[in-house]
Design a binder for this molecule. Structure first.
Ligand SMILES: N[C@@H](CCC(=O)N[C@@H](CS)C(=O)NCC(=O)O)C(=O)O
Length: 204
């Protein structure tokens, strides 16, 4: 049984979706309910995954460990395809995630002024550029990895839900929208959302 420390709707949602894709049982613990979260991850971020006494940090490192541990069609075995899948995961985690992170930073650290809105717009424009890169990468494919789901599709789908929290126009192209909708409709994603919602309900 895996234990996943999470925040609702955060990037830890992607970890849970991958665990669901791999049919692995998972127990959720809200970050605020952890007695010693700083000891689990001194950086203070989710996801944190515990399994067999091992504590794993950093989203991509966690996903790679899971994908190497359990048979799955998400991470290809051919070296070129595998390299591309990891590149896409890093694009999501190290380019798109921090681009959205600027919106959270601005919201939490600037008072409402014209400058704040200007900064939001600059941050949104960087995000929109990255979504245009995704649109080009997708080409005629259903998913970034081709015909079948890849880990980066799940990660990007989770991040795509953050734009609505801010007063910005995030522009996501039609092929990317279709990919996101395919990911959201999967049982693994719906189950993950349901578990997070049920957790919030039982904690209330
Ligand atoms: N590089 C880290 C970044 C993780 C990260 O930034 N997580 C955010 C949520 S998406 C977080 O935990 N922020 C701290 C907080 O909101 O308390 C990873 O990929 O695991």
């Amino acid at each position: 049984m895996y234990t996943l420390y999470f925040l609702p709707g955060a990037c830890s949602l992607a970890t849970q979706v991958v665990l669901n894709e791999l049919a692995q049982p998972v127990r959720l613990i809200h970050k605020q309910d952890a007695e010693n979260f700083q000891e689990l991850n001194p950086a203070g971020t989710v996801p944190v995954l515990k399994h067999d006494g091992q504590v794993l940090n950093e989203g991509v490192a966690i996903l790679l460990q899971l994908l190497q541990q359990h048979d799955n069609p998400l991470l290809p075995s051919g070296s070129t395809e595998k390299q591309r899948a990891i590149e896409d995961m890093m694009f999501a985690n190290a380019s798109m995630h921090p681009a959205y992170g600027r919106l959270f930073f601005l919201e939490n650290n600037l008072n409402a002024t014209a400058h704040k809105q200007q900064a939001f717009q600059a941050a949104a424009s960087a995000i929109n550029h990255l979504w245009s890169v995704v649109e080009t990468k997708l080409g005629k494919q259903a998913f970034l990895g081709g015909d079948t789901l890849s880990p980066a599709d799940i990660m990007l789908t989770v991040y795509s839900r953050w734009g609505g929290l801010f007063p910005v126009d995030i522009v996501i192209g039609p092929r990317t929208r279709a990919m996101i909708n395919r990911v959201i409709q999967r049982d693994s994603f719906q189950l993950a959302l349901q578990r997070e919602a049920n957790y919030a309900t039982s904690a209330a």
